[in-house]
Write a protein that binds this ligand. Structure first.
Ligand code: F6P
Length: 360
């Protein structure tokens, strides 16, 4: 097989396991005698004259698998960050696509692997439709992509939530307090549900099940009557009360961010029960730090599969994980399809069976 030269980039929010993917892409490519260029800061690295990249090889990617973040940088801003609403298509300006094409041709690349979430994969789709030989690799701690049963980064985030609950539990119990832990996940409750279940949370509030604050308060009172020493509440950043709105705030640069529902729930618990209550927002701790072993393995499998797809010439596809195997799905079938928690699914039934309350 002729020597190939492939590009790889990490785009959108970072997540644990990205370096494991990079390392795997490099090793699998080198085994085929190919060269790998890692573009800095996502698609932005394609724009400067000649490209902004680093040569990735065994030496430069040695010892990175256990590190969080991404060694080549990422961004969810910049020229390729087209914000889209559900059902809409991102539209990267043509001159940006043309500039990327000049870099691509100048460097004589045979393929480009884009590792990213829904927004970054939408860009990959547009580039694929413009003729770039693209391979997508899905990434998000939120685990909310319909086209893959799991994304790397999710398990690390869930472990972080479970660890936080373990720590909060000991202090809450000592003081006989209610503890509210706000976690990430955007419009899906996977991190809250898995993290809450693993950390033994008493109440789990997720976006898929709008909650009744009085039912939450009543469960806190009921636990008090039963002599419980603490009540642990996990609330997803995208959760909202019945007939209420998601809690979000505008940043200095005009973007909207989810967050603040933890404080609201904590305030309501105090008002309605009089219980001493504290709120903890876990934030970006969930995205930082070392990937779990599962995420290292999943990232490695995704990286190897991406190279395999290039070898087979299956451009315009994305690596997906189904039934314990990696496979390929068209990127077009993967974007804008959110996988949310099924309110009647087995995970929910399991959580309810062990006494978790969802405020419904
Ligand atoms: O999509 C991953 C995620 O961590 C969400 O859970 C969270 O809402 C968002 O990204 C935070 O993004 P940023 O890093 O831009 O604050």
């Amino acid at each position: 097989m002729a020597t190939k030269r492939i590009g790889v980039l990490t785009s959108g929010g970072d997540c644990p396991g990205l370096n494991a993917v990079l390392r795997a892409v490099v090793r699998a490519a080198e085994n085929l005698g190919w060269e790998v260029l890692g573009f800095h800061d996502g698609y932005e690295g394609l724009l400067p004259e000649g490209g902004d990249y680093v040569i990735l090889d065994r030496a430069t990617t040695a010892g990175i698998m256990h590190l969080g973040g991404t060694m080549i940088g990422t961004t969810n801003r910049g020229h390729f960050a087209a914000k889209v609403r559900a059902g809409e298509r991102a539209a990267i300006p043509d001159e940006i696509i043309q500039q990327a094409r000049r870099t691509f041709d100048h460097l004589r690349l045979d393929a480009l692997v884009a590792i990213g979430g829904d927004g970054s994969l939408t860009t990959a789709l547009q580039m694929s439709e413009a003729g770039f030989p693209m391979i997508g690799v899905p990434k998000t701690i939120d685990n909310d992509l319909e086209a893959t049963a799991m994304t790397f980064g999710f398990d690390s985030a869930v472990n972080c939530v479970a660890d936080a609950l373990d720590r909060l539990h000991t202090t809450a119990t000592s003081h006989k307090r209610v503890m509210v832990l706000e976690v990430m996940g955007r419009h899906a409750g996977w991190i809250a549900l898995y993290g809450g279940l693993a950390g033994g949370a008493d109440i789990i509030l997720i976006p898929e099940i709008p909650f009744d604050m009085e039912k939450v308060a009543e469960h806190v009172r009921e636990r008090e009557r039963q002599g419980a020493k603490s009540t642990m509440i996990v609330v997803a950043e995208g959760a909202s009360q019945k007939n209420g709105k998601q809690s979000r705030h505008q940043t200095a640069v005009g973007e909207y961010r989810l967050g603040g529902i933890g404080e609201q729930v904590g305030h309501e618990v105090i008002e309605r029960t009089g219980k001493d209550t504290r709120v903890c927002v876990l934030g970006h701790l969930q995205r930082g730090g070392a990937p779990t072993a599962l995420d290292r393995i999943l990232g490695t499998r995704f990286g190897v599969q991406a190279v395999q797809l290039i070898k087979e010439g299956r451009f315009g596809t994305m690596v997906s994980y189904q039934n314990y195997e990696t496979r390929a799905v068209p990127i077009a079938h993967a974007v804008h399809r959110l996988r949310r928690v099924d309110a009647n699914g087995q995970m929910m039934q399991t959580a309810r069976a062990v006494g978790s309350v969802f405020g419904d």
